[in-house]
Design a protein. Structure first.
Length: 301
């Protein structure tokens, strides 16, 4: 890795740490939205650096769909214990049980959109005024519209045309009662930046990101993990493939790719040759051209 690139990673790190410290300075009760994916792990690592030698001053908040990779939940619990931070869990199953949301039916049913209500309820219940996320502008066109400080109205909704200007890195976190913000400290990072930084910092990640054998089903042009939540259709077959995941989410909609990349070095090399976004294997994003933006306007991550 070149000296220039190391300096570039340092610049990205400094920018993210600045934003995290601004969140702590401007808000009263912020949290880190933690999914167990590489981006939320990276944000948590940066928060650890930003406030060292003190503990991370933010709680971690996980919106639990109930359809998770078991590896992700174990990783989350181990990390929370090692950091000594508070974990807030919003349960989609609880939202279903209370009648707040209705379970989707059919072959491509997912709990992904149901997270919106659970998240907004958790924000209101815990009086959260800023939720820090690991969204990056290179992931998806809707996320490319986000500012570092992203305003949400008193219904938790996002209006991309009604955001505050951020000239000269001046961040405006003022809000009225009932409103809140989302903050995105790694907005300017790319997938390649994330992997090179994880490799440089030797950050522990779930094994799901590395190639390994797993039972999968070919659906929606990607390899969907076989689990108790997946209902097989006629003609579908469970096979064993050596795959890895570029992004983690609800196990029913997170597609893997065939790969031999079983180390961070190999993953970084593989990503450098790819032309499809990492969310290209998320079936929830394939429902329409504006699927992500529609969810974000309703209050999604």
């Amino acid at each position: 890795m070149s000296k220039y690139y190391l300096n570039y990673l340092d610049e990205l790190e400094s920018e993210a740490i600045y934003i995290l410290r601004e969140v702590w300075a401007q808000f009263e009760n912020p949290v880190i939205l933690f999914s167990g994916g590489k981006d939320s792990i990276l944000v948590t690592h940066l928060a650890k650096k930003a406030f060292y030698p003190s503990k991370i001053p933010f709680a971690l908040m996980h919106v639990d769909t109930g359809h998770n990779f078991s590896e992700t939940i174990k990783f989350r619990d181990d990390l929370v214990e090692s950091l000594g931070v508070k974990l807030i869990i919003g349960s989609v199953q609880d939202s279903i049980n209370k009648g707040r949301v209705s379970e989707e039916k059919g072959k491509n049913a997912t709990r992904n959109a149901l997270q919106i209500t659970t998240l907004l309820d958790a924000i209101e219940e815990n009086k959260i005024d800023c939720a820090i996320g690991g969204g990056r502008r290179d992931e998806e066109k809707a996320r490319a519209k986000e500012r570092f400080f992203s305003h949400r109205d008193d219904f938790g909704q996002w209006d991309p045309r009604n955001q505050r200007p951020e000239l000269w890195n001046l961040l405006n976190g003022k809000y009225f009662e009932g409103e809140h913000f989302r903050a995105f400290p790694i907005s300017n990072w790319t997938e390649m930046d994330v992997w090179n930084y994880i490799k440089r910092e030797e950050i522990e990640i779930p094994s799901l990101y590395l190639a390994h054998e797993r039972e999968v089903v070919w659906r929606n042009n990607s390899w969907i993990p076989f689990s108790e939540f997946l209902k097989l259709e006629e003609g579908e077959e469970v096979v064993t493939k050596k795959i890895r995941f570029r992004t983690l989410g609800d196990i029913t909609i997170t597609g893997g790719i065939e790969s031999e990349a079983d180390s961070l070095e190999k993953v970084a090399l593989e990503v450098s040759t790819m032309r499809k976004t990492e969310r290209g294997d998320r079936s929830d994003d394939k429902r329409s051209e504006t699927a992500m933006e529609d969810r974000k306007k309703q209050g999604y991550f």
